[in-house]
Design a protein around this ligand. Structure first.
Ligand SMILES: CC(C)(COP(=O)(O)OP(=O)(O)OC[C@H]1O[C@@H](n2cnc3c(N)ncnc32)[C@H](O)[C@@H]1OP(=O)(O)O)[C@@H](O)C(=O)NCCC(=O)NCCS
Length: 168
């Protein structure tokens, strides 16, 4: 992977089909990225990418229903390429996801992180998220072509939440 040097300008926009090739690494696999893009196309989710120097350097998704902490939207799948980290791109992606949630009237944003992922917990805490309790995260891998479930499992996570409006 090439090192980006100083990122001067980062654009955050909705993900496009043409981004798929650059998203596989950040989403875990191209199939996973495609399933997320399909959900965004159906309107079930928002999928946002950060673009710097014409290259996709970050991604996040927000699911409107059936998240880890209903009725709040669920922010998931946040990743920034290693060479572009610690420059505010993760924060900007979370902020854009929150703005999309607020625009739909959401009171709060929720997410879940693996209980042993101290770096992610620290990152989200820095952005104002607070752990509200444990969660058993059920994940499923889906074939984007057929919709068939190809793998599934569970993970122990913390639910973290941040109010988007009002006072706790
Ligand atoms: C977590 C991740 C998205 C952060 O992206 P990033 O662009 O490097 O984050 P930012 O530069 O916007 O950092 C925002 C704040 O969080 C802090 N932060 C970032 N990464 C951190 C880490 N690993 N540990 C502690 N704090 C961290 C930054 O110092 C910054 O704080 P500041 O306000 O004092 O400047 C990125 O490290 C990543 O993609 N990790 C792998 C995937 C992952 O863990 N995703 C989240 C779990 S689903």
């Amino acid at each position: 992977m090439t090192h980006l040097g100083t990122v001067i300008r980062v654009l955050i926009r909705a993900a496009l089909d043409t981004d798929l090739d650059g998203l596989g690494e950040m989403a875990g696999s191209r199939d996973r990225a495609e399933v997320r893009l399909q959900a965004a196309r159906r309107g079930a989710e928002e999928m946002l990418v950060a673009v710097a120097a014409d290259r996709v350097v970050g991604v996040v998704s927000v699911r409107w229903r059936d998240g880890c902490d209903p009725p709040n939207p669920w922010l998931y799948g946040l990743a920034v390429v290693a060479s572009a980290r610690r420059r505010g791109i993760g924060r900007a992606l979370v902020g854009a996801g929150e703005a999309a949630g607020a625009a739909r009237g959401a009171e709060a944003m929720s997410l879940d992180v693996d209980v042993d992922d101290e770096a992610a917990v620290s990152f989200y805490a820095r952005l104002g998220y607070v752990i509200v309790g444990p969660h058993r995260h059920r994940w499923r891998a889906i074939d984007p072509g057929t919709g068939a479930v190809t793998a599934e499992g569970t993970a122990s996570t913390w639910i973290m939440r941040r109010r988007l409006r009002g006072i706790d």
